[in-house]
Design a protein around this ligand. Structure first.
Ligand code: PEP
Ligand code: MG
Length: 598
């Protein structure tokens, strides 16, 4: 049993299928054997050892220290001289690796207390941290997290695992939770499906699963208590159901459903070259959201007019070493090349909250990570500025080679916008003085994903070239509902009247100022919602490519006059439920009208 496999025996084994419902995160049916991943916390195995095991344990510990040292050295080589702060941090980590208080003490614990290396390491880390805690000095308090960081790295090496999971192809991955980085790794491992205890429809794990078209169900609450290793599992990502140890008839039924869904998907794909035009001839621009270079070719095959949101953090999180300026440049030019001459909007790093890059970021404990040091705020901290600078340099250099647009995430208001633009101007100045080419007319826009930004959109519009409404976060912050928390997912309502009012005011602010506005949250890919968005004045929708055919369908059977009437109607309604009912009625009516015509 590998280190990731849980050893507890499942309640469900021993006959009879068990169904668990959750949130449909990515459509499709997958049938396969369970591979269980426990990603909650690195657990420290504690074991007393015999006297004759001591030398072997110390040798194992020494090898883990050496491996950690090599990893840090590699990271350092990647960091350019210019990134002095980060360079200094890694050097400090290397020093901790040689520090007698941490390393020497751990060896002593093994030798004198006869405990295994992991336990000994944890003891020495806790001891040194408590010494730092007692010192009334900010500098020493900060060193506490450095010790943690190094301790974690050595522990991973001791446990013989990095932060990766390695399921066999065609497995169904069952986990309490997965990081977005894990999900990307799973795609490469060619897993068949994913099911997790936690998560919501717009959690980043769900978004990545959709990007990779991996059938997924999230938010099942306690699935991991019911599944054992190698159990047969069906993931129905269309309906949000997971079936454990299904009966043979159920398997047959689902195989058939899977075949039908694939056939329907192929039929949808065949219409991808058709434009998205309303019945009265108004063209709607459909753009793709990309999380990874691989998805660019999918976007092209689904007929995307360009990329409305190219997230850059997964590329960052997926690499073992800190991406260099050249890596950012190469990523951006590769994406633009894959998209042909279509425009591509790159969003600057949006790390933090659930998008943690353990190997590249200082861990920071926060009570409310979604409200904490994430995204642009994180990029503008002293320790992350060098990383942000190298991303901006890479992107700017790439802007000379394609149709790029640049976008800042998580702007709360004018101060943050100014800080971001000042930093960008500084990087541009640096490139100019070095004689490095970049697009001097590069459009620079922002995401509107906080109520504060939506409410002052009229002011912000004066200083940017475009808006993109990020409703995944806008919903989270407006309704105060954690997008990753399945316990409150029933409150996560894209059609909440408050949301509609905010979207409308952003669209009006953009139009008044004459700047383009699009929407790139997941709701843009919901065919039921599309008529409401068109009615609110949006003409550019950005979504995961697979959603495009259905959204196109919804657009092609509507008229602008009708969607405007719908928007007017729903803006008067009092609850999300009423708005949804009105949207469903509208869609059903259009479909009926089309069928009558055919
Ligand atoms: C959003 O918040 O709507 C968005 C598109 O950004 P992300 O999902 O990456 O937070
Ligand atoms: Mg967001």
């Amino acid at each position: 049993m590998g280190p990731m496999q849980m050893s507890t025996s499942p309640e469900s084994s021993g006959g009879g299928e068990l169904r668990k419902t959750g949130i449909a995160a990515c459509q499709g049916i997958a049938i396969g054997r369970a591979y269980i991943v426990d990603r909650r916390q690195l657990k420290v195995p504690k074991r007393h050892i015999d006297k004759d095991e001591v030398e072997g344990e110390i040798e194992r510990f020494t090898r883990a220290i050496e491996a950690s040292g090599r990893q840090l050295e590699k990271i350092k080589q990647k960091i350019e001289e210019r990134e002095k702060d980060h360079y200094a941090i890694i050097t400090a980590h290397q020093l901790i690796l040689r520090d007698d208080h941490v390393i020497g003490a751990a060896t002593q614990h093994i030798r004198e207390e006869f405990i295994n290396a992991e336990w000994a390491l944890r003891r020495s880390v806790e001891q040194i941290k408590s010494v730092f805690d007692a010192v009334e000095d900010d500098y020493f308090r900060e060193r506490r997290s450095d010790v943690d960081f190094v301790g974690e790295r050595v522990l991973r090496n001791l446990l013989g695992r990095d932060s990766r999971v390695t399921p066999p192809p065609d497995a169904i991955v069952i986990a309490h939770d997965l990081s977005p980085a894990d999900t990307a790794v799973l795609y490469r491992a060619a897993v068949a499906g994913i099911a997790t205890d936690v998560g919501g429809k717009t959690s980043h794990t769900a978004i990545i699963a959709r990007g990779y078209s991996t059938p997924a169900v999230v938010g099942t609450e306690d699935l991991t208590n019911h599944v054992g290793r190698d159990d047969l599992v069906i993931v129905d990502g269309t309906e949000g159901v997971v079936i454990i140890n299904p009966d043979p008839e159920t398997v047959t039924q689902y195989r058939e459903r899977g075949r039908l869904e694939i056939a329907a998907g192929i039929a949808r794909l065949s219409r991808s070259a058709e434009p998205a035009v309303t019945r009265d001839g108004v063209q709607v621009e459909l753009l793709a959201n990309l999380d990874h270079l691989n998805e660019a070719s999918v976007a092209v095959s689904y007929g995307a007019d360009g990329v409305g949101l190219c997230r850059t953090e997964y590329h960052f999180m997926a690499s073992e070493e800190l991406p260099s300026e050249q890596d950012h440049f190469a990523y951006a030019t590769d994406v633009m090349k894959a998209m042909g001459s279509r425009p591509v909007t790159f969003r600057t790093l949006d790390l933090g909250a659930d998008k943690i890059s353990e190997q590249h970021m200082e861990p920071h404990d926060e009570a409310n990570p979604a409200l904490g040091l994430r995204s642009l705020r994180l990029c503008l901290t002293d320790s992350m500025r060098p990383v942000f600078r190298s991303q901006l340099r890479g992107l700017l250099r790439a802007s000379a080679h394609g149709q790029m647009r640049l976008m800042f995430p998580m702007i709360s208001g004018l101060e943050e916008l100014r800080a971001a633009k000042d930093f960008l101007a500084d990087v541009q100045g640096e490139l100019r003085s070095e004689g490095v080419a970049f697009d001097e007319d590069l459009p620079v826009g922002i995401m509107i994903e906080m109520p504060s930004a939506a409410l002052v959109a009229d002011h912000l519009a004066k200083y940017v070239d475009f808006f993109s409404i990020g409703t995944n976060d806008l919903i989270q912050y407006t309704i105060a509902v954690d997008r990753m928390n399945e316990l409150v997912s029933y409150l996560y309502a894209p059609l909440h009247p408050a949301l509609l009012r905010l979207i409308q005011s952003v669209v009006v602010a953009a139009k008044d100022r004459g700047i383009p506005v699009s929407i790139c949250g997941e709701m843009a890919g919901d065919p039921l919602v599309a008529p409401v968005l068109l009615g609110l004045g949006l003409r550019t929708l950005s979504m995961h490519a697979v959603a495009m055919p259905d959204v196109k369908d919804a657009i092609c059977c509507a008229r602008v006059e009708d969607v405007e009437a719908l928007a007017k109607q729903v803006l008067q309604l009092e609850s999300a439920t009423e708005v949804r009912q009105a949207a469903v009625a509208f869609t059903n009516e259009r479909k009926l009208a089309r069928e009558r015509k055919q």
